[in-house]
Write a protein that binds this ligand. Structure first.
Ligand SMILES: [Zn+2]
Length: 237
């Protein structure tokens, strides 16, 4: 702490400018008082102050010209960008009504084309996305049974389901993708992997249920269970 010689208040060291000539290395007056007297002097001696400023600026520039060139370029860039975006915003604002009207006119003149275009776009996205979405839904459900190992070949699984849909469409008979070893039964739990999938007639798949797998006994020692909801059979994740 140090007492200012002008306002006579006790202030922190950082509130004083450095001055090598002083014994404690600090100005005797605080920054605030220094600014007051300096500004008062500058107001009285404008020309002199300006010459001093110019001189010190030139000195600083000469000491490190590249730094100031870079700074100038930076300010130009920022200025350009700000100007451009401000100008663009102004243009959009000014012409928003015009743009809306042009779009409206185009739609009125080309209603059918516009509608068809958006229909095509929608269908394209829908069909491209559908098998992916289907497999995602399936995985979410089956993941609850913890039957999707990390090495499952998702692409191959998706292909099997696609082939199944194709076969159903070609034969006119509904086919299902069946898990050869059932995902859940009292004795075995199969995995949702490509090797455990087969395409079956829906009627066959439904009659098989989870009571039959490659080496299952002919008669299971338990009765056909009543159908339970998934929420009843699986602990919440
Ligand atoms: Zn002071």
């Amino acid at each position: 702490m140090k007492i200012c010689s002008s306002c006579e208040q006790e202030k922190r060291v950082c509130d004083f400018y450095k001055d090598k000539r002083k014994t404690d290395g600090l100005h005797s007056r605080c920054k605030l008082c220094h600014a007051k007297t300096t500004n008062a002097w500058r107001a009285k001696n404008r020309e002199k102050a300006r010459t001093i400023d110019r001189k010190s600026t030139r000195k600083r520039y000469a000491a490190n010209p590249q730094k100031y060139r870079n700074l100038a370029q930076k300010y130009r860039d920022v200025g350009d960008k700000a100007m451009r975006s401000a100008y663009n915003a102004l243009y959009r604002e000014k012409n928003a009504e015009k743009k809306r009207e042009r779009a409206k006119a185009y739609y009125a003149a080309n209603t059918d084309i516009v509608k068809q275009r958006s229909r095509i776009r929608f269908q394209r996205v829908k069909f491209a996305q559908r098998p992916i979405n289907n497999e995602r839904t399936r995985r979410r459900r089956i993941q609850k049974l913890q039957a999707v190992p990390h090495w499952a070949n998702i692409a191959e699984i998706r292909r099997i389901y696609a082939r199944c849909a194709e076969i159903s469409a070609l034969t006119g008979m509904v086919h299902h993708v069946d898990h050869i070893v059932p995902l859940q039964s009292m004795f075995v739990c199969g995995l949702h992997v490509e090797q455990n999938l087969q395409i079956l007639l829906a009627s066959k798949n439904l009659s098989k249920g989870n009571r039959s797998w490659p080496d299952s006994p002919d008669v299971l020692p338990y009765p056909k269970p009543r159908r339970r909801k998934l929420s009843e059979t699986v602990a919440p994740m």
